[in-house]
Design a protein around this ligand. Structure first.
Ligand code: SF4
Ligand code: SF4
Ligand code: SF4
Length: 325
């Protein structure tokens, strides 16, 4: 990791010296400002990424107020198979997804036209069009907004990791010692809260770009209405004889990667594992009969659970404000 940090500092220094264009000069698309109803997608052109990690740092900085502040010691869990997941003393980890790092840069080296090329690829939640994490969350804590963003509400999440299990890329990451489970069944349920990229939904609601897009000195990412983003992705693909990932994966996502190298080749070169997703072909997981049936069974239960959780959290907040009077 030290090597990674010094490489980042070097690239950032070089950029500053070269007088790189300030990212904040990017125009905010009108569609982003009026995005309360339109499904938005991002285009990630991996040819442009230089791996400087300015996006990763911006994500951490802007979203720090949303990060977990766990209470220690953690309650002992029964059964003990519900493992503690504690990243609170490893907040500087940047080479994988964690509850404190919702975006990271993957590296791949592949041959393009007989020449070896190295690519750096920003990875985070894909914001699926039909997200199994939201459809199968038993508590209604994970949900999709009309503008295509999938979120996990930290107030209602019990940290059972269902979202992570059913996500084809296992994106959400758990932190123990925070959340509703501490008030409900601290020794028997959940064990924390799940965290992932929320596409800076609060910035988008205010007409601002997501922090990672705003901070990128190379304009690697773009956000806009999904049909326009797809049109642009296909135009680039045609121009460079390239490949697209995210248009059809898991039935369609709102994160569209364009690459000059086949994703099959990139995938073989990626370091994958816990918190490090792959780029393999992914079938539409919610089209599978089993998951569809589960979603239909879960929907009313999740609705009731969400209503109960909202009532509980609301009552707790008003008790807190009474106590503070
Ligand atoms: S990538 Fe995973 S966490 Fe993100 S929306 Fe899709 S299923 Fe949910
Ligand atoms: S959209 Fe926001 S939360 Fe998601 S990776 Fe970018 S900066 Fe982080
Ligand atoms: S996406 Fe932009 S900010 Fe992020 S590593 Fe690549 S070049 Fe740097």
């Amino acid at each position: 990791m030290d090597g990674k940090i010094s490489r980042r500092s070097f690239i950032k220094g070089s950029l500053a010296a070269a007088g790189a264009v300030a990212a904040s000069s990017l125009a905010i698309p009108e569609a982003v400002k009026a995005s309360s109803v339109e499904e938005l997608a991002t285009l990630i052109d991996i040819r442009k990424c230089i791996g400087c990690e300015a996006c990763v740092e911006a994500c951490q900085e802007v979203n720090a107020p949303k990060f977990p502040e766990p209470k220690k010691p953690f309650p002992k869990m029964y059964p003990s198979r519900v493992k503690v997941s504690d990243w609170s003393d490893k907040r500087d980890v940047m080479d994988r997804l964690t509850p404190y790092n919702w975006l990271y840069i993957q590296e791949a080296t592949v041959k393009v036209n007989g020449k070896e090329e190295a690519y750096t690829i920003p990875r985070r939640c894909m914001h699926c069009q039909n997200p199994p994490c939201a459809d199968l969350c038993p508590w209604g804590a994970a949900f999709k907004l009309k503008n295509g963003i999938t979120r996990i509400n930290a107030d209602y999440c019990l940290g059972g990791s269902k979202c992570k299990t059913v996500c084809p890329w296992h994106i959400p990451q758990r932190q123990t010692g925070v959340g509703l489970y501490l008030d409900l069944l601290p020794s028997f349920a959940g064990n924390g809260v799940m965290y992932k990229c929320d596409r800076c939904y609060n910035r988008i609601a205010e007409g601002q770009l997501p922090a990672c897009i705003d901070a990128c000195p190379e304009n690697v990412q773009k956000i806009g209405p999904r049909d326009e983003i797809l049109k642009e992705a296909h135009a680039i693909q045609k121009e460079i004889g390239g490949y697209i990932y995210g248009e059809k994966e898991n039935g369609g996502t709102n994160t569209i990667y364009v690459s000059p190298a086949p994703f099959e080749d990139l995938n073989k070169s990626l370091e994958t594992g816990p918190g490090q997703p792959d780029m393999r072909p992914v079938k539409d997981s919610m089209a599978q009969a089993d998951n569809l049936a589960k979603a239909m069974v879960i929907a009313p239960i999740a609705g009731l659970a969400a209503a109960a959780a909202r009532f509980f959290v609301g009552a707790k907040k008003s008790m807190g404000s009474e106590e503070n009077k």
